[in-house]
Design a binder for this molecule. Structure first.
Ligand code: BES
Ligand code: ZN
Length: 974
């Protein structure tokens, strides 16, 4: 390694370097601290919210005034790295301090790094990513030391060192050229803040036996590795890493590689430990992880791979890691078989963190999770919590190959990475829990979910151009429902029409060819094509031709089948047919559509719709026969029929709904409601699909109906339609409520099936929502018993809805009880249930107080702030309070909580989803205009989506209110 690297030198020297760096930085940071503090003291939020809401100070949390750099051709003003330097290997040593500096109150980390890189083009400039790091001046008077690897070559001297904060570079200008095909070492010594901002190297805090404990942990994806150490922070700049962590002897240090050595060291008179990790495989920076904690673990070994689950000691002692541990081995084995590639690392660690922004992160060999996504307690967790754990583990393990071993070259292809993992997570979870039929749920959780946003004119194609994705915010914005759920949906469709065998065959050769390297999405198409060719499979075009229609243009088609003429046609499905689509559409909204269908209940040969319109005489029907297309909703499209076929389908539902398979029952409801939204069929026809529900016991159709009816609640829960709607829905759900009452022997047993457990929750929540007395008495009784006895009698599956309804029916006493249970919960998912239920109160003052709590990290963790605000907005009483709150404090919320990725679009969509008046539209437009300076980060697209949605809602209400009211009245006439 470079001669600047100290790894082999005496420990004392290390101490001096790290210690001196730390001192310099504390001074540097404390200057920023006092400046920030002065600023924040005038800050409206910190004064209104009260002293406990100390905004976190320091350079890592304060946003530099980001101005778009003036157009310039200088390399340091470009967001993408020049191609002249290519990293090969890094030695990184980091020392996070888990206690605050007593004078500044700051938590910091210090570090030293040597990167070895190759020069591929002569240059006198070194650009390396660096964000919010402070550098120590070295003996050459610069922030870095450069040396050549080859003794025959002399490295030029560094002339100037500076930071370019907008594009996040350390810029080093040299007094001569680095030479093509030569290798160099660059050494730096630096300090950063270990802030509570959930990005880069950050701190997480929790209480244990009355003691406050700090964890140092990382979240690098997409662009925060540069906040931990200077690095070439692009996914294609793969390198190997030697990581070393300095930490207190009573803590454990973890990183991607297995521990190589952990030995005592003394630095600045402190007795510490230095832990070295095995060198990593060649990997991208965004997959790195470093963690120092007092956590403990459980483990097992599966075929020589050490599998460990780490968490807070009390959580591990209580057995909360056991479920995850028991499922990891089987899922890992499944993916090894599926990919035909053995897991390339000797260990697989998974760790549950008290503060974590996303759900989980696929760091290679050290996967990080929110506690709710990994920890499970049979007595306290619900089946839904369990499902989340199984699927999220499967998702992240899927990335160990797809994403980590083979990485997309640039973020514009993120959809393939996340879409793929979001598809195969169901395959992995199905192996872990074969009785659940979990693969069916992709239809509700992904296909239907993303249809809602992909039907908007403001949607966007899956694939983005590489040049259009540059800034970190643009990258963050890609982590949306389109990338995840549309990605998953079209890959599932592809796998289905190719057949799973061919899909897997192409996938395996793709992984083999690009292992430890990078690819673009068309590389996968090429490998699938090779598999198609090798097997002689007939398709209407190449994989690329077919998939281009789904990947390069936004939206999806509605396929209309006329069973009288046999005509089959397609057009772009837009929720608001009058909305204006400005995005270019390379195929003029024509897709190559695979259609699986049945005539009555008999399966037919699949049909490809390749034109805007075609005739298929097989689809003509006579007599009682009907056509049902898009079996199991494997296709990414909606289906409409001529009136008589719709009548026959509705008739089949009401006479013998089992004739139609369960996923398609859910589809008929969802398609009908959305076709009605788009004015393709009358709204009353959509409502008619709910008439058979009094005989339906299956989860998926119910869930689909309730999801769609929720839109009716959003639009009408403040209008005269509400009463008759409630009467109708109560009439429909009471049979389901009674069914479960009998099945569970008066609510004393748990239904066996996973889906049945879910539908029991629907039965209770909908019965209570419509005011069914027996339901309300039941849930209030349970909650009161809990308050009286302090022993919780409510089954975990039912807790979310029971808590919510009891708190809604109660007052401050119930709320305060739930709040104290929330604060004392020992399992994160129990806290989560209470946190959502606390938003159900109907008392405005409690809701307002709760809103204030969301910005106090001592009350509501930062990771949970935006979702809590959205919970409050979901409550009809809380909606306007939440909107006012968000408007008022946008700039504070944005600056303090803006680091996240999904959370900001969820926040904006969440607080505006009831909007349906001119007045609300104006407010929204005003909000957009007022905050154009501050910005919306990952929520930018959501602002436009919300505006579009509001306009659509206004029109929908104007056109539908009277009909809908009449229909509910007619259906509930005695
Ligand atoms: N790579 C993501 C985590 C991530 C998301 C990092 C956004 C940075 C920004 C991870 O693989 C992921 O997708 N996690 C999901 C869970 C999954 C089951 C959909 C999450 O965090 O919700
Ligand atoms: Zn993922």
């Amino acid at each position: 390694m470079g001669k600047g690297f100290y790894i082999s030198k005496a420990v004392g020297v290390v101490g001096v370097i790290l210690g001196a760096g730390a001192l310099a930085t504390i001074i540097a940071l404390s200057v920023v601290y006092s400046q920030e503090k002065a600023k924040n003291n005038n800050n409206e939020v910190s004064t209104t919210v009260g002293p406990t809401v100390g905004p976190t100070f320091g350079p890592t949390t304060s946003k530099p005034a980001v101005t778009t750099p003036a157009p310039s051709n200088e390399a340091w003003d470009k967001y993408r790295l020049p191609k002249s330097l290519v990293p090969e290997h890094y030695n990184v040593k980091l020392w996070p301090r888990l206690t605050a500096d007593p004078t500044t109150g700051l938590y910091i980390f210090t570090g030293e790094s040597t990167v070895e890189f190759k020069c591929t083009e002569d240059t006198d400039l070194i650009l390396i990513h660096s964000n919010k790091l402070n550098y120590t001046e070295l003996d050459n008077g610069q922030w870095a030391r450069l040396s050549a690897v080859n003794s025959g070559v002399k490295a030029p001297a560094i002339k100037t060192s500076r930071l370019q904060p907008v594009t996040q570079y350390l810029v080093l200008q040299l007094d001569g050229k680095l030479l093509k095909d030569q290798w160099y070492h660059l050494f730096t010594d630096f300090t950063g803040e270990l802030a509570d901002d959930l990005g880069g190297f950050y701190r997480s805090v929790y209480m244990e036996n009355g003691l406050r404990k700090v964890v140092a942990t990382t979240q690098m994806q997409p662009t925060d590795a540069r906040k931990a150490f200077p690095c070439f922070d692009e996914p294609a700049m793969k390198a190997t890493f030697n990581i070393t962590l300095i930490h207190d002897p009573e803590t454990v240090a973890l990183s991607n590689g297995a521990q190589r050595e952990s030995k005592p060291v003394t630095i600045d008179g402190k007795n510490l430990k230095q832990t070295d990790f095995e060198q990593t495989e060649k990997m991208s920076t965004y997959l790195l992880a470093f963690i120092v904690s007092e956590f403990t673990s459980i483990n097992n070994t599966v075929d020589n791979v050490l599998i460990r689950i780490f968490a807070r000691k009390p959580a591990i002692d209580a057995g909360q890691g056991a479920y995850a541990l028991s499922k990891t081995g089987p899922i890992l084995k499944f993916f090894e078989g599926y990919y035909n590639s053995s897991y390339p690392l000797p260990k697989s660690d998974q760790i549950a963190l008290p503060d974590f922004n996303a759900g989980a992160m696929e760091n290679w060999g050290l996967i990080t999770y929110r506690e709710t996504a990994l920890l499970y307690d049979e007595a306290v967790s619900s089946n839904s919590n369990k499902e989340r754990i199984a699927t999220i583990i499967a998702h992240e393990l899927a990335h160990m190959w797809f994403g980590n071993l083979v990485t997309l070259r640039w973020w514009n292809d993120l959809w393939l990475n996340e879409g793929f993992a979001s598809y195969v997570e169901y395959l992995g979870a199905d192996v872990a829990e074969p009785d659940w039929n979990i693969k069916d749920l992709i239809v509700l959780n992904d296909v239907h979910r993303v249809f809602a946003v992909d039907a908007l004119a403001s949607s966007h194609p899956l694939s983005a151009k590489e040049d259009d994705i540059q800034r970190p915010e643009q990258i963050s914005e890609l982590f949306d429902a389109i990338s995840y759920s549309k990605g998953a949906s079209v890959l599932r469709m592809l796998s289905d029409f190719l057949t799973e065998d061919i899909f897997v065959m192409g996938l395996r050769t793709y992984l083999k060819e690009f292992a430890f390297g990078n690819a673009v999405y068309t590389d996968l198409w090429n490998h699938l094509q090779m598999a198609v060719n090798a097997t002689g499979t007939k398709l209407p075009g190449s994989v690329q031709d077919i998939m281009n229609t789904w990947v390069l243009q936004m939206g999806f088609p509605v396929v209309t089948i006329n069973t009288t003429s046999g005509e089959v046609s397609q057009k772009h499905f837009l929720l608001d047919p009058d909305s204006e689509v400005t995005a270019p559409s390379p195929f003029n909204y024509k897709w190559i559509v695979p259609i699986k269908w049945t005539k009555t209940a008999t399966a037919q040969p699949p049909y490809w719709l390749e034109q805007k319109s075609a005739t298929n005489n097989e689809m003509k029907t006579t007599g009682v026969d009907w056509v049902l297309a898009n079996l199991d909703v494997v296709g990414y499209y909606r289906v409409n029929y001529d009136d008589s076929n719709w009548d026959k389908l509705l008739n089949a539902l009401s006479t013998n709904h089992q004739l139609i398979q369960v996923i398609n029952r859910a589809q008929l409801v969802d398609d009908a409601f959305n076709l009605a939204r788009a004015k393709i069929i009358p709204t009353v026809r959509a409502l008619s699909t709910t008439k058979y529900l009094n005989n339906e016991r299956d989860y998926m159709p119910w869930q689909s109906a309730l999801g769609n009816l929720n839109f009716f609640y959003l639009m009408f829960d403040r209008s005269e339609v509400y009463g008759p709607m409630q009467d109708y829905l109560r009439k429909q759900v009471v049979p389901l409520f009674d069914y479960y009452k009998t099945l569970t022997v008066d609510w004393t047993k748990v239904p066996t099936g996973h889906m049945d457990q879910y539908n029991q929750v629907n039965a209770i929540s909908q019965a209570c929502k419509t005011g069914h007395e027996e339901c309300l008495t039941l849930v209030k009784g349970w909650f009161k018993k809990w308050m009286d006895t302090k022993i919780n009698p409510i089954h975990p599956n039912l807790r979310t809805t029971v808590y919510c309804n009891a708190i809604a029916a109660g007052g401050a006493k119930e709320w305060d009880f739930a709040w104290s249970e929330f604060q004392n919960a020992t399992l994160a998912s129990e806290a989560e249930k209470l946190r959502s239920a606390l938003a159900c109160t109907t008392q405005p003052w409690l809701l307002q107080r709760y809103l204030e709590y969301t910005l106090d990290p001592d009350k509501i963790r930062k990771q949970d702030a935006t979702s809590t605000i959205v919970y409050i907005a979901n409550n009809v009483v809380g909606q306007s309070l939440a909107w006012d709150f968000v408007r008022d404090r946008w700039s504070y919320i944005f600056n303090q909580y803006g680091g996240g990725s999904f959370s900001f679009s969820n926040l904006i969509n969440g607080v505006t989803k009831r909007f349906a008046t001119e007045f609300e539209l104006k407010q929204l437009q005003q909000f957009k205009a007022d905050n154009s300076e501050v910005g919306f980060g990952s929520g930018s697209l959501a602002v436009d989506q919300s505006i579009e949605r509001t306009i659509g809602n206004m029109k929908w209400i104007a056109e539908n209110k009277q009909n809908v009211l009449n229909w509910f009245l007619a259906e509930t006439k005695p």
